[in-house]
Ligand binder design. Structure first.
Ligand SMILES: [Zn+2]
Ligand SMILES: [Zn+2]
Length: 350
């Protein structure tokens, strides 16, 4: 259900019809450039270009594919710039659709890359070739404790490895902390640390123009994945709900997310997402109460998803498991459930 008003009907229509939106001028000096994503339902990431006296800064970058690079270059062209004019790449978080192309842009333009330290710390383990076997082993251990059936374990543990090809490993030039002013000429941009979807997720608020660049933290229709995984915080859902409250208070006219379309009502959307998680928590608590001694995996399969469980591809079933685990962990921290550790962990009412 949509509770928010699209800021651009054309962009919303492109999202809804399965199309690809146009490059749009959001405000004088501010552009929305859709960059295509290969083979995933999100279809595109919205990169924002902010005009500077001597070039542009961009919020997020896209995946590292030639097609994405070409679309970003063409979009910058519509705005009157070239890739070599990019002075800064503000990355909301390290997921490949936001960070993947940042290194390649820096190579051609000399731009600085900014990232929160909590995401910067994860780069080596996530994207360096010599570390990746470790990450898969940790994911596998987590899935064993979740009670994933042996037959599907290997498939699920390595499920997101193909995505790594869409990233150039690039260390940030600048670490951006909560509350930092970016100091971009002509822009009153402040970073807000919003962990949950990723440990170092950042939003950027522009108070003078009354805008929030929300990355994946708050989107018009979909809710971002908030999951326990080897690189997550211990209780990512608690972080996420706190970070929703942190952005809710901003009095802005428009939210500029990284996917779908721009929209107007921030507080209403935040309330709706919070209510969604409340419902999910209640559903999971009830599933555990009904079973008494259930694994995370069996809890996940008992929940309602947007399509039948058997038709969900393996990397999304892993996300569903890890997302269920985030809710179980949140309930455990609130003493609403208890866990008996083992292989697998079993969950009981408190
Ligand atoms: Zn993301
Ligand atoms: Zn994303």
């Amino acid at each position: 259900m949509t509770v928010v008003t699209p800021a651009s009907e054309a962009q919303r229509e492109a999202w809804r019809s399965g199309g690809f939106p146009e490059v749009e001028r959001v405000r004088p000096g501010l552009w929305s450039i859709p960059v295509p994503l290969p083979a995933i339902p999100l279809r595109y990431v919205l990169v924002y270009a902010l005009e500077l006296p001597d070039g542009v800064a961009i919020v997020d970058a896209g995946w590292n594919t030639d097609e994405a690079y070409g679309a970003l270059a063409a979009g910058l062209g519509t705005a009157g710039y070239e890739m070599t004019d990019v002075k800064a790449v503000l990355v909301t978080h390290i997921h490949p659709d936001h960070y993947g192309l940042a290194g390649r842009i820096r190579e051609v333009s000399g731009a600085w890359i900014g990232l929160h330290p909590a995401d910067s710390r994860l780069l080596h383990d996530r994207y360096d070739d010599d570390a990746v076997d470790d990450l898969v082993a940790q994911e596998r251990a987590l899935l064993v404790r979740s009670g994933v059936p042996r037959a599907t374990l290997d498939e699920l543990a390595g499920a997101s490895m193909m995505i790594r090809h869409y990233v150039t490993m690039a260390k940030p030039d600048r670490l951006i902390e909560d509350g930092d002013r970016l100091g971009l000429p002509g822009w009153d941009l402040q970073a807000i640390w919003t962990p949950g979807h990723s440990p170092g997720h950042l939003c950027f608020v522009e108070r003078e123009r009354r805008l929030l660049f929300s990355g994946d933290h708050v989107l018009a229709k979909i809710t971002p994945i908030v999951a326990v995984h080897p690189q997550s915080a211990p209780n990512p859902l608690a972080d996420y709900l706190d970070a929703l409250a942190a952005v809710r208070k901003f009095d802005v006219d428009e939210v500029l997310p990284a996917h779908e379309y721009r929209f107007l009502e921030l507080a209403e959307r935040v309330d709706h997402v919070m209510a969604h998680h409340e419902e999910r928590l209640a559903e999971i608590e009830a599933a555990v109460a009904a079973a008494g001694g259930i694994t995370c995996w069996d809890t996940a399969t008992a929940l309602t998803w947007s399509r039948p469980w058997e038709t969900i591809p393996s990397f999304m079933r892993r996300a569903a498991n890890n997302e269920t685990l985030a809710h179980l962990v949140w309930l455990e921290a609130r003493d609403r459930l208890r866990r008996v550790p083992g292989e697998p962990d079993l969950w009981y009412p408190a």
